[in-house]
Every structure is written in structure tokens, then in C-alpha cells.
Design a protein around this ligand. Structure first.
Ligand SMILES: Cc1cc2nc3c(=O)[nH]c(=O)nc-3n(C[C@H](O)[C@H](O)[C@H](O)COP(=O)(O)OP(=O)(O)OC[C@H]3O[C@@H](n4cnc5c(N)ncnc54)[C@H](O)[C@@H]3O)c2cc1C
Length: 440
């Protein structure tokens, strides 16, 4: 072990999980070296240049329930009040005449009153939705045996608009997996922490600054200010288990936190017999895409809310949400259409998608719109792991002492989200700090 007082830790991967781990380690006085293969930090939640503007690689939505994310933002000096636009939950589908808007009342009255007042759903649907939440609360959100979200909703006789526009839409938004394939247990966990949490937990937090500035850049500044190193364009090809220690190239480390996406972790873990079973587990994962189609309309276009739902009940609706970036940090008239999980959209080209989404927005606003001045599709093929029922997830501790895992897929109770990534980084850092040195 490093004989200096400071523990020497390598973090492999500079997404939100790796950054969260590095921040926690640096805060605890460890000597951190963060290796990132790309030329920038942020991983699947990063800024990109599009048409001369800084945009996000994909539109991200956060929830008030993302507590660890907000805690770490505070540690690194990223002002959540300024960088995230906090709104009470407002699911508005104009073309369906449906709107669920939670009033500013303490939980659970906000949900109960919001549901009962929602236009566009029948009384029996509303009472059914309240019964589902109460049933989940009664079993402490533990389902016993996992099943699909669709089965859970069938079992609790959820139907009509509320099933489609509340439960199924939340399932897609949070798990990025279609309800017939998505894990009901993970969905229940998300409901526990959001709709079942405090009033503030139900809030929507929309990034009101470039995604890099929300966390990655302030986190990097913080790590450097604590004598940590950020090594960009540094792909780790191999983690050597040399006798008692762990090494990257010819550098030895007391601990290594592997914070890459599962498919990249699998490659590094497969090289060693002790961690090969975890690699085999991860090699079996399936993935879901997310598309973001940016469209720049004339600057006069302003949506009635920063975020609208697009489902109009017609078979073949492609978009899930449309976000008015002009009301956040974007140019006036710039909107982002969100396309979740595998579906009809992922085989279409960007011109076809634009035509369909433009029509969906016209339907939502009930008026003709001018054609956008430009558009750009960003499609992330492996945006998230597919969050299937009873999907086995590895623990943060590996079979190799000193080697820890972080990444959205490691946070067992959560789907692939920023909060899951951050929580996993925090857990890996705390394990690494408690751990015995590599080789002991
Ligand atoms: C388009 C899109 C939209 C999304 N929307 C939302 C949303 O609205 N809300 C939400 O909460 N979540 C959302 N997510 C999910 C969220 O972005 C991810 O769950 C989270 O960013 C994962 O972080 P991570 O650190 O676990 O992994 P990653 O971000 O994948 O980070 C891993 C890093 O490791 C690096 N790396 C890989 N191999 C190596 C190596 N050998 N050596 C060094 N570095 C390596 C990679 O370059 C990468 O930077 C979205 C994701 C996408 C793609």
C-alpha cells in the first residue's frame, strides 16, 4: 500500500458515476486519478456541439428525488437552484385533454388531489390509481416476485388514460423500457422515491444550463482543487492484478473503481478469473436506445409549458415528450423531442422522424406550425440497460479485493439514471475507503 497517508485510487470512467466516486474520494483526502477514454467528461450525460450551439447528447430530466445528485452538486459548488429549473410535476398532454398537475401541498395530499382534479381521466381510473399507490405503500413497495410493469398494472386493474399517460409514461421515462418488458419492482422503487416521497421529491428538475456545467465541469474543478488528476483521452486497456496490487500501465494503486458502462466493464473484468463471472453476467445485458431530435423553429414558437406530453392515444405516436429549450437555456424556438426505448422510431431516418414529430407537435398545439429552420437527431443506441424483471445486478465489491464497480447498472434498486449512477459512485467510494488494501 501507498505509504503516504493518502490512499491512491484510480477511477476508470468519467461519467456521472466515476465523477461522483472521485468527488467523494477527493473529499475524504484520497489521491485520485480519473481515467476517461473520451476527450471530455460526462459519459452518457454530456454536452455536444450541434449547429454551432452547445446542446446535450440527449435531453435529460431529473427529479426532486435525485437526492444524492443534488448533494454532490452542492459539494462541488454547482448551484442546483440556478442550474436546474424546478417545477411541480405537471404531465400535460394537450391533444388528449389530460393534465396531471400536482398542487403545492404536503405529500400525499398533493398526489391525491392532483389525481382527483386531473381532466381527461374518468373517476374510476383516478380511484384505481390511488388504490394502486396505497397497495404499494402497504407492502412497503416490495413486490415479492418481480414481474413486468404491464402485469402489475393489469393485476391492479389500471386502465384508460391514466394507465397510458401516467403509469406507462412514467415507466418509459424512468426505466427506458417498454411496460411489457420492464421490471415492476424497479418501477415500484422509483414510485416509492418520487410520487410516494415528500412533495419536493415529486418535482421535476429540468437542466437550465449545458449538461457539462450541471455536474461534470464543477466536479472536475473540485477534484483538481483537491490534488486529484483528470486524465482525458486515457482509455484503460487492462487492469493488472499483479501479485498483491492493482496496476494500470506501470502505475500501482491501492484501489481501483471501475466506473464504465456495463459493456466496457465486461471487457476489463473478463481478463481475470476472479472477475470473469461478473463479466459473463454483464455480457448478457440488453440495451435500449434514446433519441433526441432537436428542431429549431422560428424564435416566436413558445410552448405553453417547458415540457409537454405527445401521446395522443393514436397508434403510432412516436415522441414521448417535447421540451421547449427556449424556456431553459436554449435559443428561443429550439425544441427537443424525446424518443424513448426501442420502438418504431429507431429504424427511421431523421427526415422521416422530423415529419412525424412535427405533426405530433401540431396536434398537441392544435395549430399549424412553420417548418423548422434546421434539425438534428442524436441517437444513443446503448443509452441504458434494458431494465427487465429480476435482472441480476452485480454488487459494488468485486471478487478481487481493492477493485470496485460503479455505474448506473450497479445501483441495484434503480434503473439506469443519473441518480443511479451517482449513488453507485458514492457507494463504491465509501466501500473503497473502508476496504483493506489490494492484495490483503
Ligand atoms: C440520450 C440519453 C438520455 C437520458 N435521459 C435520462 C434522463 O432523462 N434522466 C436520467 O436520470 N437519466 C437519463 N439517461 C441515463 C443517464 O445518462 C445514465 O444512466 C448515466 O449518465 C450513466 O452514467 P455512468 O457514469 O454510469 O456511465 P457512463 O456515462 O457511460 O460513463 C462511463 C464512462 O466511462 C468511459 N470509459 C469506458 N471505457 C473506458 C475505459 N476502458 N477507460 C477509460 N474510460 C472508459 C466512457 O467514455 C464514459 O465516459 C439518459 C441517457 C441517455 C444516453
Amino acid at each position: 500500500m501507498n505509504t503516504d497517508a493518502a490512499l491512491k485510487v484510480a477511477v476508470v470512467g468519467g461519467g456521472w458515476a466515476g465523477l461522483a466516486a472521485a468527488v467523494e474520494l477527493a473529499a475524504a483526502g484520497a489521491q485520485v486519478a480519473l481515467f476517461e477514454a473520451a476527450r471530455q467528461l460526462g459519459g452518457r450525460a454530456r454536452s455536444v456541439q450541434v449547429q454551432g450551439q452547445t446542446l446535450d447528447n440527449g435531453q435529460h430530466l431529473l427529479l426532486g428525488a435525485y437526492r444524492q445528485t443534488q448533494r454532490l452538486m452542492a459539494i462541488v459548488g454547482a448551484d442546483a437552484e440556478r442550474l436546474l429549473k424546478r417545477m411541480t410535476l405537471d404531465l400535460n398532454y394537450p391533444s388528449e385533454g389530460f393534465r396531471l398537475r400536482l398542487p403545492r401541498l404536503p405529500s400525499p395530499f398533493n398526489l391525491a388531489i392532483g389525481l382527483l382534479a386531473a381532466p381527461g381521466a374518468s373517476l374510476s381510473e383516478k380511484l384505481g390509481a390511488v388504490r394502486l399507490m396505497r397497495a404499494l405503500q402497504r407492502c412497503d413497495y416490495r413486490l415479492g416476485e418481480d414481474c413486468s410493469v404491464a402485469e402489475l398494472l393489469d393485476r391492479h386493474r389500471q386502465h384508460g388514460s391514466l394507465r397510458r399517460l401516467l403509469w406507462e409514461a412514467l415507466c418509459l421515462a424512468a426505466l427506458n423500457t417498454a411496460p411489457q418488458h420492464a421490471s415492476a419492482q424497479i418501477f415500484a422503487n422509483v414510485l416509492r422515491d418520487s410520487l410516494g416521497g415528500s412533495r419536493a421529491d415529486t418535482d421535476l428538475l429540468l437542466p437550465a444550463a449545458d449538461l457539462d456545467r450541471v455536474f461534470a465541469l464543477p466536479a472536475a474543478d473540485y477534484i483538481r482543487s483537491r490534488h486529484g488528476q483528470i486524465r482525458l483521452s486515457s482509455r484503460v486497456e487492462h487492469i493488472a492484478h499483479d501479485g498483491g496490487s492493482l496496476a494500470i500501465g506501470d502505475e500501482r494503486f491501492d484501489r481501483v473503481i471501475l466506473a464504465t458502462a456495463p459493456q466496457h466493464a465486461a471487457k476489463l473484468l473478463a481478463a481475470h478469473p476472479a472477475t470473469a463471472p461478473t463479466a459473463a453476467l454483464l455480457a448478457g445485458y440488453c440495451y435500449e436506445p434514446i433519441g433526441t431530435l432537436y428542431a429549431q423553429y422560428p424564435r416566436e414558437l413558445r410552448l405553453p409549458l417547458p415540457m409537454l406530453g405527445l401521446d395522443d392515444g393514436a397508434a403510432g405516436t412516436l415522441g414521448q415528450w417535447v421540451i421547449d429549450r427556449g424556456q431553459l437555456n436554449g435559443a428561443p424556438g429550439l425544441v427537443a423531442f424525446v424518443l424513448s426505448a426501442s420502438g418504431g422510431w429507431d429504424e427511421m431516418d431523421s427526415a422521416q422522424l422530423l415529419a412525424a414529430l412535427h405533426r405530433e407537435l401540431e396536434d398537441a398545439l392544435a395549430r399549424k406550425l412553420p417548418q423548422p429552420l434546421w434539425h438534428q437527431l442524436i441517437s444513443e443506441r446503448r443509452a441504458t440497460f434494458s431494465c427487465r424483471p429480476a435482472l441480476p445486478r452485480p454488487a459494488a465489491a468485486t471478487a478481487r479485493r481493492g477493485l470496485w464497480l460503479a455505474g448506473d447498472y450497479v445501483c441495484a434498486g434503480y434503473p439506469a439514471t443519473l441518480e443511479g449512477a451517482v449513488r453507485s459512485g458514492v457507494a463504491a467510494a465509501s466501500g473503497a475507503l473502508r476496504d483493506q488494501p489490494a492484495g490483503q
